[in-house]
Write a protein that binds this ligand. Structure first.
Ligand code: FPP
Ligand code: MG
Length: 421
């Protein structure tokens, strides 16, 4: 059963090739300070857990029954799991709770705050989905001797706390988008007018602040200082990432190191720290919390790298078919940075922030002649591989439901790099 399920050998092969891709691209180790060393540390962790023989109790027995009715035997590598359907019911409960968490007596503020929580404009709910799947993947057993009712009570309480982490994460995410749209002077978001466009900058900023204040209250209610620290750090990272993007020297603009750091702060930190918070609430040991963090971090990095490629290619593979919004805003991303390694002539264009007439076309021309797009995709695939490896390094579980959720997390890491929008 394990052989069928585990992709460990495949991942090991992937790691060898990922390392050689790194060498090929001349990527320094520090670009991936945790990821590279994970190849070794995560393997060690696995060995340790195998020896310890943890007792795992299946708190999802009721799920298992249903699951087994549809699946004879365990899930295979080839079977695709629909990650969304696994937690769809819980996601709609979460969406309703989110709407009630931002109620206020001030009508204007209420209208602004609920703007992106209304049905139809809630977005893909990618972050809450990942966090709920992470919660199920890290279900820890309490000793078999514990009375059933005690276990049920503890499980429910734990799950509610993990749902709260997902709610807080979504509120932070939406708040950051409201502020981002003001900074970018955006006019649309999620297919509708952005809040700043519809209600003005002042209300959009205040609505973002309001979401953060409600998120802070929810965070405090968890009464867990470590979790408070993790998610507060995310706020600092979001601001730092945004400032790093707004204010940089010519040298920083041309640095892959700087770009990856900014990407971590802007995109991956929220996923990394909230995944870790889920693991902490599950009562997992430090090593497992770190694996959860690594999953979120690498998934976030892979997601953003693909986003940066799609900005050039759109749904097609050809250059210039994307919105080109980054380059138009003078923002340098991975494809251009890789192209720069082959064509140092790009330095001048980058230093001018693509502002001189013809600069964008020139940049696209060099990018087209280079390996930039392919290398950026490879780097995304490498981080997706690291993310999958983190989940595969979780302590073994006998629960089919836990295995299914882990497989969904692994499949998600693949979906992130094969998506076209
Ligand atoms: C999207 O960037 C924006 C972010 C991922 C974070 C923005 C962070 C801030 C504005 C700092 C303030 C933070 C809080 C928590 C209030 P993008 O412009 O690259 O992507 P887009 O295409 O979605 O606009
Ligand atoms: Mg923006």
């Amino acid at each position: 059963m394990k052989d069928k399920y585990s992709r460990l050998n495949l991942r090991r092969k992937f790691f060898t090739s990922a390392k050689s891709i790194n060498a090929l691209n001349g990527l320094p180790d520090s670009r991936n300070p945790r990821g590279e060393s994970n190849g070794i540390s995560q393997f060690k962790i696995q060995q340790v857990f195998r020896c310890k023989e943890y007792i795992w109790i299946d708190r999802h027995k009721f799920h298992d029954v249903g699951f087994q009715a549809h699946h004879k035997g365990s899930i295979t590598d080839e079977e695709q799991v629909d990650p969304f359907s696994l937690v769809a019911d819980e996601l709609s409960i979460l969406a309703n709770r989110l709407r009630s968490m931002i109620l206020t007596e001030i009508p204007k503020l209420g209208t602004a705050a609920e703007y992106f929580f209304k049905l139809g404009v809630e977005g893909k709910r990618f972050r809450p989905m990942v966090l709920l799947l992470m919660a199920s993947s890290l279900t820890i057993g309490i000793p078999e001797v514990a009375a059933d009712c005690l276990r049920k009570g503890l499980d429910e309480e734990q799950r509610l706390r993990q749902q709260r982490i997902a709610e807080i994460t979504e509120m932070i995410h939406v708040a950051s988008l409201l502020h981002d749209d003001v900074l970018d002077d955006a006019d649309t978001r999620r297919g509708v007018g952005s809040l700043n466009f519809v209600m003005g900058n002042k209300l959009a900023v205040l609505a973002g602040d309001f979401l953060l204040s409600r998120a802070s209250v929810a965070l405090a209610s968890l009464k867990n200082t470590e979790v408070v620290e993790l998610l507060s750090k995310v706020l600092e990272h979001l601001v730092t990432g945004e400032i790093m993007q707004m204010t940089n020297t010519n040298e920083q603009r041309c640095s892959m190191e700087y770009y990856m750091q900014k990407t971590f702060y802007k995109t991956a930190s929220l996923m990394a720290n909230s995944c870790k918070a889920i693991a902490l609430i599950a009562g997992q040991p430090a090593e497992v919390c770190m694996l959860a963090y690594d999953y979120g971090r690498n998934l976030g990095l892979a997601y953003q790298l693909v986003d940066d490629v799609l900005d050039f290619t759109g749904t097609t593979a050809s250059l210039g078919k994307g919105s080109l919004s980054d380059i138009r805003q003078g923002i340098v991303t991975a494809p251009i940075l890789f192209a720069l390694e082959e064509f140092p002539q790009l330095h001048d264009v980058i230093n001018r922030k693509f502002k001189k007439p013809g600069d964008i076309d020139l940049a696209l021309e060099f990018l087209g002649k280079s390996d930039g797009i392919r290398k950026a995709k490879q780097l995304a695939a490498q981080h997706a591989g690291f993310a999958a490896f983190s989940v595969e390094s979780f302590p073994p579980s006998e629960s089919e439901y836990v295995k299914l959720c882990r497989k969904a997390l692994i499949d998600l890491s693949e979906k992130v790099i094969t998506r076209t929008k």
